[in-house]
Design a protein around this ligand. Structure first.
Ligand code: SAM
Length: 280
């Protein structure tokens, strides 16, 4: 190869590099692919109209949730404090507020998946109706274990309400031939890892993303907890914006995003020194 050709190739290469300058995608004041600390009811108001492709969220359920209980034989010391709940008497008003905002920020062909327990399901369903969303599926997510009961059946399912703005135009990638509305997906076990009290399995979130979005789409989770939606969005080449009111959970989600995993128990102590992970 002559010197001339080599130099020409070199110039070509550096041109490609130069043109590769990446600009951060902004949605209102938010740079995509990050977790933001604050109250979703307030942070949502800064997102412009019609800017989000898909919302996947698992809001607080409005129950007296003992956030630090050692449910499911979990070691209590690994479960992070601070989970923020909403009072039952305010639940409808709270749900209506954030679901209305979700309608405003979703694109005309956008979709929303809302995870709900059964206790305050009616409030979520009423808020969906009163906002104008079209319910496409009422999915049942069956998981492998529930909290032991003495005189009633053990709850081992959640509801997932799949809604769209426009039933004539929305993304649905039919990746299975016969996609049923009962999903049997186990909760992830993370022994000896720091965790938040509730967390969606990655498999479940990935399924939603694959069915209802395309690569490069923007996914929003206003109630991010440990950041499962953001982590799965990144894995599947989608963009995301996530909000969470507990600062320590935001730090955990950021850790999980960059390290691909939760911190181990031993590491927790170290992180605790750097970031105030536990608020007691
Ligand atoms: C059910 S958890 C979400 C769990 C999450 N899907 C995961 O996989 O880790 C609900 C989260 O909403 C947060 N939250 C409650 N009220 C909030 C608010 N007004 N704004 C933002 N986050 C809130 C809670 O602190 C909690 O972490």
């Amino acid at each position: 190869m002559t010197k001339y050709i080599r130099a020409k190739q070199q110039r070509k290469k550096s041109k490609v590099k130069e043109n590769k300058t990446e600009y951060a995608v902004m949605i209102g004041p938010y740079k995509v692919n990050d977790f933001y600390h604050g109250d979703a009811l307030e942070l949502l108001t800064f997102i412009p109209n019609n800017s989000i492709d898909l919302i996947i969220t698992d809001p607080p359920f409005g129950i007296d949730f003992k956030h630090n209980m050692g449910f499911y034989n979990r070691k209590q010391s690994n479960v992070m404090y601070g989970y923020k709940e909403v009072r039952k008497e305010n639940y409808y008003e709270f749900s209506l507020k954030w679901i209305k905002e979700s309608w405003r920020v979703l694109k005309a062909n956008g979709s929303i998946y809302i995870v709900s327990g059964w206790t305050n399901l009616k409030d979520i369903l009423n808020a969906i109706d009163n906002t104008g969303f079209n319910l496409i599926n009422h999915i049942i997510w069956k998981y492998q274990f529930g909290v032991y009961t003495k005189k009633k059946f053990v709850t081992s399912h959640y509801h997932i309400l799949y809604c769209v703005k426009n039933p004539k135009n929305y993304t649905f990638n039919k990746i299975e031939n016969y996609p049923e509305d009962v999903w049997i997906i186990n909760r992830d076990y993370q022994p000896n890892k720091v965790k938040t009290p509730t967390r969606l399995p990655e498999k479940l979130v990935e399924k939603i993303i694959l069915y209802s979005s395309k690569e490069g789409d923007i996914i929003l989770d206003p109630f991010a907890g440990s950041g499962t939606v953001g982590v799965c969005a990144k894995k599947l080449n989608r963009n995301f914006i996530c909000f969470e009111i507990v600062k320590e959970y935001v730090e955990l989600a950021k850790y999980r995003l960059t390290h691909g995993d939760f911190p181990k128990e031993e590491k927790t102590k170290k992180i605790e020194e750097e970031l105030p992970l536990f608020t007691k």
